[in-house]
Design a protein around this ligand. Structure first.
Ligand code: SAM
Length: 324
């Protein structure tokens, strides 16, 4: 079974499904139900058969899944990938490959009504799952100035974070900031003349910080890495304990932000030291020139790969025995 934790528009999912063939099972997860509905139609067009239904991670139940016409059985699960491991274990599914391609899909950035982009005017939303949780406008309205400054500085690495937070606090006293262009306007004001000399759009870092905060992207990644550890401990400790990852499963995580990559790097290194994972390579894989030209977003992508279980390490069993 292969697991795509961030199905997006299905590019990776279709490529994996092609390699799995009719005997395999592909589980694809996304927080955005619209993306999963798109992947459902795409799978049916590529492999034939009925479009697979979109299930909820919270309510998915065990049971046989019907293979597509010429492809594997495809299970589409809506929800936060942090909740996927519990759901998979409830359904008795264990993965040989788990992939997460973190962040937003390019279609999120291209849809004005989702509010992710400073290039289009739209509601200041930024939720990957538009059915739940506070929007970016809610955060901008409610966070105290110091917390806003800290979020913009830490998550966006924005040097003018305090100035921007102050301008937001001043502006919202007279009227709420509800749209992307209203926020762009405030950031431009904070930048002043610097906006003309800035290489990137002055709102780039502020928008990125808010998006990461709205979706608690680092929290979700930390939770996922915790689940990888739990599974690796279970795999190392006892053949009987069921786990969402099989011994020998590959974990592949693609991050686009140094904060994400740092979390992955440290978690993988700690699990490798404890004999729970075998690292693919010490440095992350990056896109080559050809890929960068074809897909400019790949410029900041970092891929780290690890294998669950390290039978050559005698510490594995001991660590597993002591880990709760
Ligand atoms: C970079 S795109 C993935 C693109 C995909 N690999 C493809 O080939 O089309 C990231 C996707 O992950 C989803 N996502 C981000 N964080 C998530 C989370 N915590 N749980 C589930 N899905 C998430 C987003 O909604 C988005 O569709």
């Amino acid at each position: 079974m292969a697991l795509d934790l961030t199905a997006g528009r299905g590019g990776h999912a279709v490529a994996i499904a092609e390699r799995l063939g009719p005997q395999g099972v592909l589980v694809a997860v996304d927080r955005d139900r619209g993306n999963l509905e798109h992947v459902s139609g795409r799978m049916a067009r590529v492999f034939g058969g009925d479009p697979p239904p979109v299930e909820s991670l919270e309510t998915a139940t065990p049971g046989p899944r019907t293979p597509l016409g010429r492809g594997p059985a495809v299970v589409l699960m809506h929800g936060n990938f942090a909740a996927a491991p519990a759901s998979l274990e409830r359904c008795g599914l264990a993965a040989d490959l788990a992939l997460a391609d973190l962040g937003v899909a390019s279609t999120h950035l291209d849809q004005a009504e989702r509010g992710f982009s400073f290039r289009f005017d739209g509601p200041l939303d930024m939720r990957l799952d538009p059915t739940r949780g506070p929007t970016a406008a809610d955060l901008v309205a409610a966070l105290p100035e110091a917390e806003l400054a800290e979020a913009i500085r830490r998550l966006g690495e924005e040097p003018l974070a305090r100035r921007i937070a102050r301008k937001i606090a001043q502006r919202r006293e007279s009227a709420p900031i509800c749209t992307t262009f209203e926020l762009v306007d405030v950031v431009r004001e904070a930048y002043g003349l610097r906006a003309h000399h800035s290489r990137m759009h002055p709102a780039t870092r502020t928008f990125m910080a808010l998006r990461i905060a709205v979706n608690d992207e680092l929290g979700a990644l930390e939770a996922l890495l915790g689940e990888v550890r739990r599974a690796a401990v279970a795999v190392a400790g006892s053949a009987q304990r069921s786990s969402w990852l099989r011994r020998g499963a590959r974990i592949a995580l693609i991050s686009f932000h140094s904060l994400e990559d740092r979390l992955v790097k440290r978690a993988f290194a700690a699990m490798s030291r404890d004999g729970l994972l075998r690292l693919g390579q010490s440095r992350p894989l990056i896109a080559d020139d050809l890929e960068r030209d074809r897909n400019p977003r790949s410029r900041s992508a970092r891929l780290r790969i690890a294998t669950v279980g390290d039978p050559s390490n005698p510490q594995t069993a001991r660590t597993a025995a002591h880990d709760p």
